[in-house]
Design a protein around this ligand. Structure first.
Ligand SMILES: *Cc1c(COP(=O)(O)O)cnc(C)c1O
Length: 324
């Protein structure tokens, strides 16, 4: 409802399913676990960036852009979804990826190529700076590039998750459900910031817990407070957010971004074997691993209902020959 006046294209398969995890719930003997299937948003295997791109690509088209540019890690899900969205609307796409080209293009990187994206390796330069240079050189050649920010996380992209929270609450109400906690993987913070903006406006009283996959809690909370305040402002809502409004758990960073440890491996195997549900190694494997640990530590009562917001990323599973 708040996002209705914003330009938006329709590419996501919405509403995404809301499903119980009965076998895992029984196995862990903890709270009732549910999952919101944003791994099923569509767009070349789906994920949370599809919702952000509905608003970002609409802005790009309104500005007459001919190219989408974005940046990320070599196995960026966001880059792959941006490449797919570009193809879908007949736009060119340039992806600026961190580091050097690997010997073999697998997982998301394989898909980036199939989707027709041009890849620029940032090598030792910071990706956002390199992306601005690439945009500038395209402009100099007479193109009209639209820069999609890192993670799709600016007020335009965050609208996708303001709308997503409205979707969830309407869906839960129809099914007579309510959730005491929502747990998700948080990285650039746009997903959690969007959920929080809508939660505040709609009076959702549960807790939204971001499991950081990347940053320590303090900088992530500060970033999300800024992003949520800017998004509210963009939508004409008189709200402001402080870092302390955001629940973040940073105990599961392990060896750092993209480094798979025993916690991620256990979560990926457990969900696959008990529920037939795939998690990814970088984001949802880490976040669900954290959720399992919290359940085991008794952080939730068995009467509570906990929703894991599955943000996608499964293409990243195919970037490696084994989980070891
Ligand atoms: C980008 C991404 C996230 C993190 O979302 P943010 O909005 O950047 O916090 C989580 N999971 C997956 C699979 C992602 O690709």
């Amino acid at each position: 409802m708040f996002t209705n006046r914003r330009p938006r294209i329709s590419i996501a398969h919405l509403p995404t399913p809301l499903e119980p995890l009965p076998r895992l719930t029984a196995l862990l003997r903890g709270p009732q676990l549910w999952v919101k299937r944003d791994d099923q948003t569509g767009l070349a295997t789906g994920g949370n960036k599809t919702r952000k791109l509905e608003f970002l690509v609409a802005e790009a088209l309104a500005q007459g852009a001919d190219t989408l540019i974005t940046c990320g890690a070599a196995q960026s899900n966001h880059a792959r979804q941006t490449a797919a969205a570009a193809a879908r609307f007949g736009l060119a796409c340039t992806l600026v990826l961190r580091g050097h080209p690997p010997a073999q293009a697998q997982g998301n990187l394989l898909l980036d190529g199939l989707l027709g994206a041009e890849i620029v390796w940032a090598e030792d330069a910071p990706i956002t700076e390199r992306m601005e240079e690439v945009a500038e050189s395209l402009r100099a050649q007479g193109h009209r590039p639209y820069v999609v920010p890192y993670g799709g996380s600016n007020p335009v992209g965050v609208c996708g998750y303001v709308a997503a929270m409205e979707e969830l609450l309407a869906q839960a109400a129809r099914e007579g459900l309510s959730f005491d906690h929502i747990v998700l993987a948080s990285s650039s913070g746009g997903t959690q910031a969007g959920l929080m903006v809508a939660a505040r406006v709609l009076g959702y009283s549960g807790r939204i817990l971001g499991i950081s996959v990347d940053l320590p809690a303090d900088p992530l909370r500060r970033r999300m407070a800024e992003l949520a305040t800017a998004t509210a402002d963009f939508l004409g809502l008189p709200l402001s957010f402080a870092p302390g409004d955001f629940a973040v758990e940073d105990s599961y960073l392990g060896g750092g971004y993209g480094v798979i440890g025993e916690r991620e491996r256990e979560a990926i195997r457990l969900l696959a074997r008990t529920e037939g549900l795939l998690l990814d190694p970088v984001y949802t494997g880490r976040a669900f691993g954290g959720l399992i640990d919290l359940v085991r530590r008794g952080a939730f009562s068995s009467q509570e209902r906990v929703l894991f917001w599955h943000t996608g990323g499964v293409a990243g599973l195919f970037a490696r020959p084994t989980l070891e």
